[in-house]
Design a protein around this ligand. Structure first.
Ligand code: ADP
Ligand code: ZN
Ligand code: ZN
Length: 748
C-alpha cells in the first residue's frame, strides 16, 4: 500500500494523507496534482511525498485519491522543496503556499475531471501536456529545394514549405507519415521536439540590441558574479549602485550568461506595471526567451507563460514578487531589483517577502542571488557587515557626464505659500518650475496623497467626515466627479453639505492631494502641460500611457504619488520636487526613517539622468531629521551607520526578530479579549521573548472590523517562532480573525 502526503489548498497548516489506489501506484509522483476529497468537496492538491509506511491512522480510515491529474510533476521538485521551506518559515498552510506557485486550472477542466470521475487523466491535458513539434531547419530545406531537385516529393515539399513559414508546428498538423518524418530528421531537414501544446505558433523574434561596453566598475562586478555562477555555488551579492549607475546592465549581462549556460534566471522588480522600460530592455537584449509576468495578464495568458517556463521554452521570468515562483529548473540566478522596496512583501494571504525568499530559493538551487539597490535595506547592510553577503559597488552614474543632482531643502517653517496661494507650492519651487518650463525641460513633483483634500472638517465643531467602515477620514476627490472616498476600503459617498454632528454648513477641506496640486499648476502655468500619475488615473498597468506621454515630451510637469519615484529613466527631467517629506516621517513605524531616506534618494535619482544637471527640492518642516540630512548629501553609508546604531539601541531589526500578531472582529470587545488571551499564551513561552502589547492597531477599525495586535520580539528566531506557533495553535473564537506576520514590514 502506498500513501501520499498531499498539500490541499485550504487554510490549514498541515498536509493530509491519502491512500493511493493500487492501479495508480506507479503514476503518482511528488509534485503531481491529484484530485482528492476534502470534507464534502473535491479539491485539487499537490503530492508532497509518497511513503509505503502507514501513518498513525488506520489505513482503512484514509480516503483514496480520486484522480491523478499529472503523470509528471507539475512543479519541479526543487521548487516543491522550496515551497515546503517557505511554508515552514512563515508558519503558513502548505496548501495556500502551493497555490502561489500553481497556475489556476481552467475551471472547465476541473469540472470535466470531476464529472468523469476516478482515475481520468485525459481531460486536463492542456495544462502540462507536451506534444511533438516539427522544427524546420530552414537552410537545409532551402538547399534541398534548390540543389537536389526531385528528391523531395511535391506533397512533402508543400508540407515543408508550410513548416518553414511557421518555423515550428505540431507534427499532427503536418500531413506526413511517421516514417517520412523520421526520414526528414535523418536528412537534417527537420528536428522533432517536445513542446507545450498550448503554444502552437513559433514566436516572432524581436531584434536584439547591442550591449554597451561595460564601465570599469561594471566589469569588476560582473566578473565576480559570473565566476560564482560558473562555479555553480550558491552566493548572495549586494549590488549597491547609485541610481543610473548601470545595475540593470549587470542583470542583463548575468541573465544572458545564464542562458548561454543553458540555465534559467528570475528577475524580480517591485512594480512591473511601472517599469515597462526595464521589461523592454530585457526583451530587446535577450529576445523572446523571456516570460513577463504582470497583473495585466489574463488567466489564460498566465497559464501559457507558466507552461512555457515549465517546459523550458522560456527560461527567464521577469515580474513582481510572484515571479519568484516561476517553475523553472536549473536556476542559476535570481536578481532582486530595488531590493529595499517594501512591495516585495505580500501583505495578504501568505505574508511572505519575495526578497527574503529569493535568498532561500537561490541558496537551495545553488544559484546566485543578486540584490540590487541605490539604497540597500538595513537588513542587507547588516548581512554584509556580518560577512554573509558579498558587496559589489557601482559608485558613479554609467552615462558619461551624468552627475547626481543637487539636493536642496525648502524649510516649510520659513516658506509659506507661493504665488499660487497653495501651501505646498512654495516660492522656491514656483521659481524652479518657471525655470524648467523656460528651458523646455521636465519636472516631477511627488506627493504621497492622492485625491484633492485628505479630509473635510467642520469649522464649527471640529468633526471630521469619516469612513463608516474604517477609523479614517474620507478624502475629497474632484475627478472625475466630486465625491468622498475611503483610501482603505474604497467606500465612496457624495460630499456632504453640512456637518452630521452640528448641522453647520461651514465645512473646510484640510490638506492637499495630487488633484489639488495638479489644478493649481494648471492655473499657475496655463501654457504648460500638466500630467498626473496616481492610482486614480493609472490603476494597474494603465500608468504606461502617462509615462509614454512624459517620454515623448508631451508633459512638462508630472505630479504623482510613489508611482513617479520608481525606476523611470527620463533624461529630460531636471527638477524633482518632494512636496512634503514629513508625511512619510510621521508614520507610526520603526522603519519610518529608513523608508523616508530611501524615498528621498530614489525620487532624487529621477532628476538629471540626461545631459542637463538635475536639481531636487525637498520641502519639509524637519530639515534636521537624519533621513533628510543624509539624503541631502546622497550619503547612504552615513545614513545606514546612523540608523543601524538607532536600531541596535531600540532593539529592532536587523538586531531583533519580530512577528506581528493581528486580530480583528466586528465586535470590538471580542477582538480585544482574544488579543489579551493570545498575548498571555505567548508570554508563557519564555524569558528570551518580549511580548509588546496588545494594543489597538493604529488603524483601529478597517472594513468594519476592530483591530488589535501585539508584537513578538526576541534576539533570535527560535523563541519568536515558538510563540507564534503557540498563538496559532491556541483555541480561538470563530468570529475572530487571526494572522501572524513573520518579519512584518507594515506596522499599521
Ligand atoms: P540603474 O539600473 O543602476 O539605474 P541602468 O542600467 O538603467 O542603471 O543604466 C542607466 C543608464 O545608463 C541607462 O540609460 C543605460 O543604458 C546607461 N548605461 C548603463 N551602462 C552603460 C555603459 N556601460 N555604457 C554606457 N551607458 C550605460
Ligand atoms: Zn460640526
Ligand atoms: Zn473605509
Amino acid at each position: 500500500m502506498v500513501f501520499a502526503k498531499v498539500a490541499v489548498p485550504v487554510p490549514l497548516g498541515q498536509a493530509f494523507t491519502y491512500s493511493v489506489p493500487q492501479e495508480w501506484a506507479s503514476r503518482v509522483v511528488p509534485g503531481a496534482r491529484v484530485l482528492c476529497d476534502f470534507g464534502r468537496r473535491q479539491v485539487l492538491g499537490v503530492v508532497l511525498e509518497l511513503s509505503e509506511q502507514a501513518p498513525n491512522i488506520a489505513p482503512e480510515k484514509l480516503k483514496p485519491l480520486r484522480a491523478v491529474v499529472d503523470s509528471e510533476p507539475v512543479l519541479p521538485t526543487s521548487l516543491l522543496d522550496f515551497l515546503v521551506q517557505l511554508a515552514h518559515y512563515y508558519l503558513a498552510p502548505i496548501g495556500e503556499v502551493m497555490r502561489l506557485a500553481l497556475p489556476t486550472v481552467a475551471r472547465g477542466d476541473l469540472e470535466k475531471l470531476k464529472a468523469q470521475g476516478v482515475g481520468n487523466t485525459e481531460s486536463i491535458k492542456s495544462v502540462g501536456k507536451l506534444v511533438q513539434f516539427a522544427v524546420a531547419n530552414t537552410a537545409a530545406i532551402e538547399q534541398a529545394r534548390n540543389v537536389e531537385k526531385g528528391r523531395l516529393k511535391g506533397a512533402i515539399l508543400d508540407e515543408l514549405n508550410k513548416l518553414v513559414d511557421a518555423g515550428a508546428l505540431p507534427i499532427s498538423q503536418l500531413e506526413i507519415s511517421r516514417s517520412v518524418a523520421k526520414k526528414l530528421v535523418d536528412q537534417g531537414l527537420i528536428q522533432l521536439e517536445r513542446r507545450s501544446a498550448a503554444e502552437p505558433k513559433a514566436m516572432p523574434s524581436t531584434p536584439l540590441e547591442e550591449a554597451p561596453l561595460p564601465t570599469e566598475a561594471q566589469r569588476a562586478a560582473l566578473a565576480e558574479i559570473l565566476e560564482t555562477m560558473q562555479a555553480g555555488t550558491a552566493a548572495t551579492f549586494l549590488l549597491h549602485g547609485v541610481t543610473g549607475s548601470g545595475k540593470t546592465e549587470i542583470y542583463l549581462n548575468a541573465t544572458a550568461r545564464c542562458l548561454e549556460m543553458g540555465r534559467s534566471a528570475i528577475v524580480l522588480v517591485p512594480e512591473i506595471a511601472l517599469t515597462p522600460q526595464l521589461v523592454q530592455r530585457f526583451k530587446s537584449r535577450l529576445g523572446d526567451q523571456i516570460a513577463v509576468l504582470h497583473s495585466g495578464l489574463s488567466p489564460r495568458e498566465r497559464r501559457l507563460m507558466w507552461q512555457k517556463l515549465r517546459d523550458g521554452t522560456l527560461r527567464v521570468a521577469v515580474g513582481a514578487r510572484s515571479a519568484l515562483f516561476a517553475p523553472v529548473e536549473n536556476l542559476a540566478l535570481i536578481c532582486v531589483d530595488e531590493e529595499h522596496d517594501s512591495s516585495f512583501k505580500q501583505e495578504d494571504g501568505v505574508q511572505y517577502s519575495a526578497r527574503d525568499m529569493a535568498l532561500l530559493r537561490a541558496h537551495r538551487s545553488n544559484a546566485v542571488c543578486l540584490l540590487g539597490s541605490a539604497t540597500p535595506s538595513l537588513q542587507s547592510e547588516a548581512l554584509r557587515r556580518a560577512g554573509k553577503i558579498r558587496y559589489l559597488s557601482l559608485p558613479l552614474r554609467a552615462r558619461a557626464g551624468s552627475a547626481l543632482p543637487k539636493v536642496e531643502i525648502v524649510d516649510l517653517r520659513r516658506f509659506g505659500p507661493g504665488p499660487t496661494g497653495d501651501r505646498l507650492i512654495t516660492l522656491p519651487l514656483f521659481r524652479a518650475l518657471e525655470q524648467v518650463l523656460e528651458r523646455k525641460q521636465q519636472a516631477i513633483l511627488f506627493l504621497n496623497r492622492r485625491g484633492f483634500a485628505p479630509s473635510l472638517v467642520c469649522e464649527a465643531c471640529g468633526e471630521i467626515v469619516q469612513c463608516p467602515n474604517c477609523a479614517v477620514a474620507l478624502t475629497v476627490h474632484t475627478r472625475p466627479r466630486e465625491r468622498m472616498v475611503c483610501h482603505y476600503c474604497d467606500f465612496s459617498s457624495p460630499v456632504p453639505k453640512q456637518c452630521s454632528a452640528c448641522k453647520s454648513a461651514r465645512l473646510s477641506q484640510e490638506g492637499v492631494g495630487t488633484e489639488a496640486v495638479e489644478s493649481s499648476l494648471v492655473t499657475a502655468f496655463p501654457h504648460a502641460q500638466v500630467g498626473r500619475l496616481d492610482r486614480d488615473v493609472a490603476a494597474g498597468t494603465k500608468s504606461e500611457p502617462v509615462l509614454a506621454r512624459m517620454r515623448r515630451g508631451e508633459i512638462d510637469i508630472l505630479v504623482g504619488t510613489q508611482m513617479v519615484t520608481k525606476g523611470h529613466d527620463l533624461p529630460r527631467v531636471t527638477l524633482v520636487g518632494v512636496l512634503n517629506a514629513d508625511a512619510a516621517l510621521s508614520l507610526p513605524d520603526y522603519q519610518a526613517a529608513e523608508r523616508t531616506f530611501q524615498l528621498l534618494v530614489q525620487v532624487a535619482g529621477r532628476a538629471g539622468r540626461g545631459e542637463d544637471p538635475g536639481r531636487v527640492l525637498v520641502q519639509t518642516h524637519n530639515p534636521d531629521h537624519p533621513a533628510v540630512r543624509f539624503a541631502l548629501k546622497h550619503d547612504v553609508a552615513g545614513f545606514m551607520e546612523h540608523e543601524l546604531a538607532e536600531r541596535r539601541q531600540l532593539h529592532y531589526p536587523p538586531y531583533a526578530r519580530l512577528a506581528l500578531v493581528r486580530l480583528d472582529a466586528t465586535d470590538r470587545s471580542l477582538a480585544e479579549r482574544a488579543a489579551h488571551q493570545l498575548a498571555e499564551i505567548a508570554r508563557k513561552v519564555g524569558t528570551e521573548l518580549e511580548v509588546l502589547g496588545p494594543t489597538a492597531a493604529p488603524l483601529a477599525r478597517l472594513r468594519g472590523r476592530y483591530r488589535f495586535r501585539f508584537l513578538l520580539r526576541a534576539q533570535e528566531r527560535a523563541p519568536v517562532r515558538k510563540a507564534a506557533h503557540a498563538v496559532l495553535k491556541a483555541p480561538l473564537d470563530r468570529r475572530v480573525r487571526l494572522s501572524v506576520d513573520i518579519d512584518p514590514l507594515n506596522m499599521l
